[in-house]
Every structure is written in structure tokens, then in C-alpha cells.
Write a protein of this length. Structure first.
Length: 259
């Protein structure tokens, strides 16, 4: 009887582990925290997967990310595993250099790796708003393991704070952002928005190239590109003239280029 009960319990746990991810959060063992995960379309169940670790915005949770057309809608056709941790109290501890959310994100990735085969060389880290600041924070602490950061409408100014390693950074921000204001430099320069990574990556003050592009007609971007940084890492800054949102098709464009 006890054996039968134990087998039923194990079966239920296994079923829950398979089912969690979209609507149901996946519990992180040894913790009271959780995350969500979504495999890409048409995955064969065995090929190692690139990962997009995405930090949600303030007041949100990972569940929203799983069906977000501009996030999951980008990862699913690109063959990328989408991982969305749940911030404690629906937010992130972003303003402290030793944020415990860095270790939490590490633990989430480690647990995901027990459930899915991961392409460890293609870890992309993303975030929106407060989540974008968290992506910067995570990159500052764990840059050596990250392929590229895709940051949207959120950053911090810690130009003199050391980061563990240089990292490829692609950042997008609107100059009319009324939630997390565009971080102009002291001289009103747009490039100052990514000063921390220009310094860490050994890039020049001015971009090596500029170009204009757009995914939709109503939202043109001015792209600043630093390709000749001394560390071999790259910085890209996309600037638009609107407010605080995830630009349509922006993540999809970056993943397509990176993959």
C-alpha cells in the first residue's frame, strides 16, 4: 500500500514537471521561487537548444512572457528555448551590486538544464523595463557565460563599477520614455546610454557606424554600432523617438541575426 502510494506520488510529480512551464509555474527545488519555460516550435526533443533568459517587467510574472507575441513569438520560430524566472514580489532586486536575483537566475538555468538539453554557448539574456535593468545586472555579474544581452528600455548608471567580463550588448531605448527615462550623457549624447559597456568592452566613445532600420513603418530606429572594441565584444544601441514598450519584431530581428 505504501509502495503504491509512493509510486502514485512520484507519477504525479513527474506529470507536474512535464506540465509546468506555460500556465503553471515550475517550482525551483529547495526554494519557494519558480519560473516558466517554453520550448520552440517543431523541436525534435533532443537537439541542444539556444536559450533566451528573459526578465519580466515590474508587476509582471513569467507567465505573461510565455504567450507574449513579441517575446515568445520571437523565440518559438527561431528554435530558442524561452526561460522566464518569476521575480519575488513581482519585481527584481536590481539596484544592489550583489543582488540575490543573480544567484536565483543561475539556479533557474541549472534546473532547466536538468529538463532540456541546452546549447551553453548560446545563452541570450533579455529583459524589459525593470527586467532590462536586471538583465544588465546579470550581465555585469555573469558576463563570461553570456553570448549576448538584448536589453529593452531599462539600464543603470554604474560606469565606475567593475563587471566580471565584457559582453556583447544590444540595447534599445526610446527618447520619449516617460517610465525609465532615456539615459542621455552630460553633453546630451545618445551614445552615453551604453557607456558602461563601452568602457567595459574597450570601445571608442563614438560609434564605428550608424544606420537606420525599421521592422514596422511607424517605428524607425537609429542604430549605433561599435564593432572594433578591444575585447572583441560588440555594442549596439538602437534609438527610437517613442516611449516605454517592447518594439514589435525587435527581439525577432536580433535573434535572427545572432543565430
Amino acid at each position: 500500500m505504501l509502495l503504491a502510494s509512493a509510486l502514485i506520488a512520484l507519477s504525479c510529480l513527474a506529470t507536474h514537471a512535464r506540465a509546468c512551464g506555460l500556465e503553471t509555474a515550475c517550482p525551483l527545488p529547495g526554494s519557494d521561487r519558480s519560473y516558466h519555460v517554453r520550448a520552440p516550435d517543431n523541436w525534435d526533443g533532443k537537439t541542444p537548444l539556444p536559450v533566451l533568459l528573459h526578465f519580466h517587467g515590474w508587476g509582471r510574472q513569467g507567465k505573461l512572457i510565455m504567450n507574449h507575441s513579441r517575446i515568445a513569438g520571437a523565440t518559438r520560430p527561431a528554435g530558442v528555448l524561452l526561460v522566464a524566472p518569476n521575480g519575488e514580489g513581482r519585481t527584481w532586486k536590481i539596484w544592489q551590486a550583489n543582488s540575490p536575483d543573480v544567484d536565483f537566475a543561475d539556479a533557474v538555468l541549472a534546473h532547466v538544464a536538468t529538463r532540456f538539453p541546452l546549447d551553453q554557448k548560446r545563452l541570450f539574456v533579455s529583459g524589459y523595463s525593470y527586467g532590462s535593468v536586471m538583465a544588465w545586472r546579470y550581465a555585469c555579474a555573469r558576463g563570461a557565460k553570456i553570448n549576448t544581452v538584448l536589453a529593452i528600455s531599462g539600464s543603470f548608471r554604474e560606469r565606475d563599477k567593475p563587471c566580471t567580463a565584457p559582453v556583447n550588448m544590444i540595447h534599445v531605448h526610446g527618447t520619449s520614455d516617460g517610465v525609465m527615462a532615456y539615459p542621455y550623457g552630460e553633453a546630451g549624447t545618445e551614445e552615453s546610454a551604453v557607456d558602461l559597456w563601452l568602457n567595459r568592452n574597450g570601445c571608442a566613445d563614438k560609434a564605428d557606424a550608424r544606420e537606420n532600420w525599421q521592422a514596422v513603418e511607424i517605428l524607425p530606429f537609429e542604430r549605433h554600432v561599435w564593432n572594433r572594441c578591444s575585447t572583441g565584444k560588440r555594442v549596439v544601441l538602437d534609438v527610437h523617438r517613442r516611449g516605454h514598450f517592447i518594439p514589435r519584431f525587435w527581439i525577432a530581428r536580433q535573434l535572427r541575426d545572432l543565430l
